[in-house]
Design a protein around this ligand. Structure first.
Ligand code: NIG
Length: 400
């Protein structure tokens, strides 16, 4: 028998389809949204939750994180705050700690971080491999990630591991390593940046992904202007992430990728990472003004962004990147869903189960809901840093 849940007396409802609604109600059945409308018109249900005038929005869709790791990089962070530049060299510190950790330690750390994200309102989470960088270490990272995340991305092309020959490593990543990891991931990512993988090497990684029928993503234009964005657009990557250093041509290429009703490349901005590395904030305002689809994600990782707080990212996007509240909330929910290809029904989670669309509150969508302890989503930026998550439902089940 279907159990129905009515959440009524919602002060402000952000659905990401049409205008925000006041005095609204939502009915949930079988893990999905069954009805949305005015509180006064709401049907009865088996169970009622009184939102008491508070704001309800879709759960955060965090489309970029690196949470399968061990160790800590506090000293590196302290040095950076004392003036040292971030140069990606610390990735190999985490690689060493991750390789040395047991499966149980890696899984316990990931479980802790995913629980932290849930408590902050995240209901959909992508995470990447990329701190193993040997075939067995990347396979185990992908398997562990698949037990906790909604999407797993292979990032064997994160850096060339210490002591490896770059050409031999590229052969490994695009050959036997990808062959071994492919059954456990839905996408392949590459860190296209000076000091990591150049344009030609990155293109080889994306070509290998295509041969496996896997979606692609690119870490691009993080530390300086480079070819990442153009490459991502050329390969029709689902997203290019970081996008801190963009030329007008990059923005035009991203905007052009969405022209004529085509599915383009999402520009994913990572505000917490920009702050934590003391890099310029990505030009999210310009991207939106140019017609680019923008996502906001946490980039949770121990080196450049040790947070899973999407609320912090949203507040930063509003207060410092010039987005409106509605734009920032949309980018951190529906934007992330589009970046992951989860904005339409029928995507498969790592267990192979077919899932409903996320990032919107409308009949048929997965019932991923985030209730704020505030009357309006505006409070996310108006009261920055405050713990505003009051309740979270994921596929209709209360998880916070
Ligand atoms: O997205 N850019 C590369 N990867 C991570 C950083 C990882 C690290 O420093 O450990 C990022 O910022």
């Amino acid at each position: 028998m279907t159990h129905t849940l009515l959440i009524d007396n919602i002060g402000e409802l952000t659905t990401n389809v049409g205008e925000r609604l006041r005095d609204a109600a939502v009915v949930v059945a079988d893990g999905a949204i069954a009805w949305v409308g005015a509180s006064a018109d709401a049907p009865t249900a088996d169970e009622r939750f009184d939102a008491a005038g508070r704001a309800l929005l879709p759960g955060w869709v965090d489309s970029h994180s690196h949470l399968v790791f061990a160790g800590d990089r506090t000293a590196e962070f302290e040095a950076r705050m004392a003036g040292e530049a971030y140069a990606a060299g610390g990735i190999n510190v985490t690689v060493a700690a991750t390789r040395a950790a047991s499966d149980a330690e890696l899984e316990a750390n990931l479980t802790r971080l995913v629980a932290e994200a849930r408590r902050g309102g995240t209901t959909t989470l992508e995470t990447k491999t990329g701190y193993g960088l040997t075939t067995p270490d990347e396979v185990r990272a992908a398997q562990i990630a698949g037990r906790h995340a909604d999407a797993v991305t292979f990032l064997g092309a994160h850096v060339v591991p210490a002591g490896s020959d770059p050409d031999a490593y590229l052969d490994l990543v695009t050959g036997p390593m990808l062959d071994a990891v492919a059954p456990f991931v839905s996408a392949v990512d590459v860190f296209c940046e000076e000091g990591a993988f150049d344009r030609a090497a990155s293109a080889r990684v994306l070509d290998a992904a295509r041969r496996h029928g896997l979606a692609t993503r690119v870490h691009g234009n993080q530390l300086g202007h480079g070819p990442g964005v153009q490459l991502a657009v050329e390969y029709e990557a689902l997203s290019v992430d970081h996008v801190g250093f963009l030329s007008d041509a990059d923005i035009a290429a991203l905007a052009g990728s969405w022209a004529d009703g085509r599915r383009g490349t999402v520009a994913t901005v990572l505000p917490a990472c920009d702050l934590s590395t003391r890099m310029p904030l990505a030009p999210a305002r310009q991207l939106l003004d140019a017609g680019v689809t923008v996502a906001i994600a946490s980039n949770g990782n121990p080196g450049t962004s040790y947070t899973s707080s999407m609320a912090f990212c949203v507040a930063t996007a509003v207060l410092q990147m010039g987005l409106t509240i509605a734009e920032a909330v949309r980018a951190a929910t529906l934007g992330g869903a589009i970046a992951l290809g989860m904005h339409e029904d029928g995507w498969r989670d790592p267990s192979g189960a077919i899932q409903r669309r996320v990032g919107v509150i409308e009949p048929g969508a997965r019932a991923d809901l985030h209730l704020l302890d505030a009357p309006a989503a505006t409070h996310l930026a108006y009261r920055p840093g405050m713990p505003l998550t009051a309740a979270v439902w994921r596929a209709g089940t209360r998880v916070v």
